[in-house]
Design a binder for this molecule. Sequence first.
Ligand SMILES: Cc1ncc(COP(=O)(O)O)c(C=O)c1O
Ligand SMILES: Nc1c(O)cccc1C(=O)C[C@H](N)C(=O)O
Length: 399
Amino acid sequence: MTDDIFARTRALFELPEGIVYLDGNSLGPLPRTVRERVLAEIDQGWGERLIRGWNERGWIDLQLDVGNRIARLIGAPEGSVVAADSTSVNLFKVLTAALGMAGDRKIVLSDSGNFPTDLYVAQGAVKALGQGHELKIVAPEEVEASITADVAVLMITQVDYRTGRLHDMAALTAKAHEQGVITIWDLCHSAGALPVDLAGCNVDFAIGCGYKYLNGGPGAPAFLYVRPDHADRVSPSLCGWMGHEAPFAFDLDYRPARGIDRMRVGTPAILSLAALHTALEVWDGVDMNALRRRSIVLSERFIKEVEARCPELELASPRDPSVRGSQVSFRFREGYAAMQALIAEGVIGDFRAPDIMRFGFTPLYISEADVVTAAQTLERIMRDRLWDRPEYRMRSKVT
Ligand SMILES: Cc1ncc(COP(=O)(O)O)c(C=O)c1O
Ligand SMILES: Nc1c(O)cccc1C(=O)C[C@H](N)C(=O)O
């Protein structure tokens, strides 16, 4: 039964012939219906309806409509998620809002497994606020013990982009709340990768991107969640007219809209939003628990196959699947060149410095046969030392 669902979802994607795509954790592939939707938005929307498209094609509500589709995947209620901006910008928005609610507390707590943009945004936000806040970065294993009553905000990415290590959202959020700490979760590697229960965990704020497991396309709009009981209280720091109570009243003074709408800022990129909106239809009928079971089957199989075939590689991800997201990483000193060789042989993963070969497992379109093909190809690359070729050592701008 489960297999039938994923055979059906696989057919919804346009995947190049002869490629095993294990990089949907960086950029999801193209859902077939997206092209038609974007072309319709161009031809019948922009082309024919012109400015009338905002009302007649529902562009003005699209950020909330997309948000509602994402909400189901992350355990958030209707009307609590908005699609907007990039993850980095959304993080700035929620972090400054959270710090505005945190009274005299000055510490933003995060960990060294976080994606660098999150840390950079926090550094920038602290500087921009100029109120003596401080970013404290601890090791991932030290997060829980570091949640103390002097912390203002806990800012954590649930799944480590390099190793796939999974933080316990329920436990860390509960501990944070015991200590009066506001929580922000980055769901970039969680949304569409595993079941997330924002409401059940009582998370305060969350953000994430649209281009990985949600398959919204390169640079797709990101998303932002505010717990409903905070939504009318938070004071946005990026105050734009789309987040105003009455944008078309053109008042001189900013008055925040009610609810999640206030986290909107400027005019959204409608063509990209339309692509994400349609891409999210592939999730119709997909049970996130079934997805998680399948993701574990695929990643366990990959680990087993690679460890049996490639003794040079060392598992960098947690061995226990219950504390791993939907990706598996291996360390290899020549990992960059080995990944280029693998890509040249039709298996696409990616590399993260200094030595991590990273593979994403996305049950919507990856089968167990793909996993075996990937491991066999990797075995050949290691056995024939294909990574030793000079052409695979030249670093590209984007890895
Ligand atoms: C955890 C995490 N946060 C943020 C980002 C990126 O944010 P943005 O969408 O602003 O590029 C990424 C990946 O690019 C990520 O892995
Ligand atoms: N956002 C990306 C981009 O614009 C180019 C290349 C890769 C990305 C990524 O998403 C990287 C990703 N967050 C990572 O986990 O490494």
